[in-house]
Ligand binder design. Structure first.
Ligand code: ZN
Ligand code: ZN
Length: 316
């Protein structure tokens, strides 16, 4: 990232970070100014927040979400954290993630809302994925989206911020284009407006920052980032589309920004949250089906467990 004798493009002090996409080198202080400006610009351009607004930040313990929380606080928002603990991999990864979030909350002197997925669902994610014969990561993703939204509203917030960054969004965009997912392309936007009583507003304030820029910021600010990867992700650290985007970026610095920010520029109008007329018969969340996906997952898991207990009782 750095070369000996490198000077900051803004203040000519010795620089530690080099960003070819911006043709810039930064010292720690100027890096921070740069990062805060990028987030400020995203918030203003996409009307994410009003000054000083209350916002809940979904934090995993990774660099992106911790940086997001830190920056929102520094920009003067009443940012509180929300961490849903998954208890994965003999607890090691989950413990480290939880500890990072707690340390961050202490540093920021900000409230952290902590919940365990198992307490929310009544089952382990493993059991839910097995009972429904679904891929673990996709079940985990569905549950997380559902509970982050629900908890955000239950805790009295109307806006949920996540740490998704430029590379995440560009990777998603490439995937949507290659697979011609028109509906997803129509909906891809750094803000999704909420609906009263159903969906919280979702914002991605880091969408103008590349992963390596956030990594540099986390290093400069010495953020308590949790080490390690989810033990369930089986070594695949990045989705292929994001890997492809990073390769192009490496060969042609600036490509990712041109690709994603250009796509946003060209959009005629931002998407609106679909008006879902019906609500889940179990939990009341907006859904197109009789019961929402999460409630169906949980119902089937409970049924499978009951069948197993019934079978065991019949045998004894
Ligand atoms: Zn500088
Ligand atoms: Zn439901």
């Amino acid at each position: 990232m750095s070369e000996p004798g490198m000077k900051c493009s803004r203040c000519t002090a010795p620089a530690r970070f080099r960003f070819p996409a911006h043709n810039a080198r930064f010292c720690d202080d100027c890096l921070e100014v740069f990062v805060l400006r990028q987030v400020e610009r995203a918030i203003a351009k996409f009307k994410m927040l009003t000054p000083g607004q209350k916002v809940l930040v979904a934090v995993s313990g990774g660099k992106d979400s911790l940086a997001c929380w830190q920056i929102l606080k520094e920009l003067g928002y009443q940012a509180e954290g929300l961490h849903v603990s998954l208890e994965l991999g003999a607890g090691q990864f989950s413990d480290a993630s939880l500890a990072s979030c707690q340390e961050m909350a202490q540093r920021l002197e900000a409230p952290l809302h902590l919940l365990r997925m198992e307490d929310l669902t009544g089952h382990s994610v493993e059991d839910i994925s097995r009972a429904n014969q679904r891929n673990f990561c996709s079940v985990c993703g569905t549950l997380k989206r559902y509970y982050l939204n629900k908890l955000c509203l239950d805790l009295g917030f109307d806006t949920l911020a996540t740490g998704h960054h430029l590379d995440d969004e560009a990777g998603r965009l490439l995937g949507n284009m290659i697979r011609r997912h028109q509906r997803h392309l129509d909906n891809q936007w750094p803000v999704l407006e909420g609906t009263p009583g159903g969906f919280a507003k979702k914002i991605k304030p880091m969408c103008r920052l590349a992963g390596r820029e956030i990594k540099a910021y986390a290093k400069a600010r010495d953020l308590p980032v949790a080490q390690g990867h989810c033990p369930r992700s089986k070594g695949a650290t990045l989705p292929y589309y994001q890997e492809a985007v990073l390769l192009l970026e490496e060969r042609m610095p600036g490509t990712t920004r041109d690709f994603y920010l250009g796509f946003l520029e060209d959009k005629v109008k931002p998407p609106v949250q679909p008006d879902v007329a019906s609500s889940c018969s179990v939990c009341g969340a907006p859904t197109y089906a009789e019961a929402c996906t999460t409630c169906r997952f949980l119902e089937k898991t409970a049924r499978r467990k009951q069948e197993r207990t019934g079978a065991a009782q019949a045998q004894s």
